[in-house]
Ligand binder design. Structure first.
Ligand SMILES: *[C@@H]1O[C@H](CO)[C@@H](O)[C@H](O)[C@H]1NC(C)=O
Ligand SMILES: *[C@@H]1O[C@H](CO)[C@@H](O)[C@H](O)[C@H]1NC(C)=O
Length: 307
């Protein structure tokens, strides 16, 4: 009877995923593949990333204190997330903006490829002071871009940006480092009306219409930036990495059958530590179990008739 229950349960475990296919954590959000440390909801991915990157209505959104931005792509091998700011100016469209900033306590920083260009800055605000005045520090940056053929002068050659009816004298490019410890670009404080951000020239250095507009943001897995081994194992088994709602936010592997396991989604991973079955073996086993179950029922009913 013991073996009967074992086989029946192994049979149920195998057919269960086909009956309830309810993986809570998804591995895509719209067109964007989702992998650790990102997640499609609370309990998915790394809890440190949950407040900043969310998936709703097939759209992956990055949120900071300055606004909400669409995540266009994520380069997982280089750990870079590309976002676009709807208020940002490009060669084809100029519009007012308040600026952009990262939350100081969030696990993100600007990627070195990101270039910010301030547009339509006030002539009286020169020299421009740091917006990140922690404790009122008043540092000036030599931010003005004066070289010919530079990012700023090329941007001003765009029809849309040249149309800005403002006193245009100060056009500055900064590298992320100059944004200071709070990574803040407050255009109001800087007295600029708009900004443009780009993360690549697309092989067309002198053609601003062909540049890659957007902001490239780096992320780290943890202090040492190691990909957690537990999560790699979980992903290899078809699971999505997540965390428990308990205060310790312990790791869980969210499997295709909707269940959460402590290590991975391989058959047997839940009960037997040490021995681990690969899926095809598990299926063969269950088939065997099912056959035995049918035979057992046949024998039992047959036995009744004999008596
Ligand atoms: C599995 O984990 C996810 C995310 O933490 C949670 O939403 C879901 O309810 C859990 N499922 C079960 C069956 O515990
Ligand atoms: C920074 O220095 C300028 C000129 O010295 C001054 O006018 C301005 O008030 C200072 N700003 C701050 C925040 O101290």
């Amino acid at each position: 009877m013991n073996s009967f229950i074992t086989h029946l349960s192994s049979f149920l475990i195998i057919i269960l995923p086909y009956l309830v296919s309810s993986q809570t954590c998804q591995n895509t959000c719209g067109q964007v593949p989702i992998k650790y440390p990102f997640g499609t909801g609370v309990g998915c991915g790394d809890p440190r990333f949950t407040p900043y990157v969310t998936c709703s209505g097939e759209q992956l959104t990055f949120t900071t204190h300055t606004g909400c931005y669409t995540v266009t792509t994520i380069d997982y091998s280089n750990q870079v997330m590309y976002i676009s700011d709807p208020t940002m100016s490009t060669c084809s469209c100029t519009q007012p903006s308040k600026g952009f900033g990262l939350d100081w306590d969030a696990p993100f920083s600007f990627h070195d490829s990101t270039v910010f260009a301030l547009l339509g800055c006030s002539t009286t605000s020169s020299p421009i002071y740091s917006a990140s005045g922690d404790g009122g520090s008043n540092t000036t940056f030599p931010m003005c871009d004066s070289e010919g053929g530079s990012v700023c002068s090329l941007l001003y050659s765009c029809e849309a940006i040249g149309r800005l009816s403002l006193p245009i004298t100060t056009c500055c490019v900064y590298t992320p480092v100059d944004l200071g410890p709070s990574f803040e670009m407050d255009l109001q404080k800087l007295q600029c009306t708009s900004y443009s951000a780009l993360y690549g020239f697309n092989g067309q250095e002198s053609n601003p219409a062909g540049w890659k507009y957007g902001i490239a943001i780096k992320y780290k897995f943890n202090y040492n930036n190691d990909y957690p081994t537990l999560c790699a194992t979980c992903e290899k088994s078809g699971g999505v990495c997540g965390y428990k709602s308990s205060p310790d936010k312990a790791f869980t592997c969210n499997c295709r059958d909707g269940l959460n396991r402590t290590t991975d989604c391989f058959y047997g991973g839940k009960w037997s530590h040490g021995s681990r079955f690969i899926p095809w073996k598990a299926e063969a086993l269950s088939l065997l179990g099912f056959t035995w179950f049918v035979m057992l029922v046949f024998v039992l009913t047959g036995g009744c008739r004999l008596e």
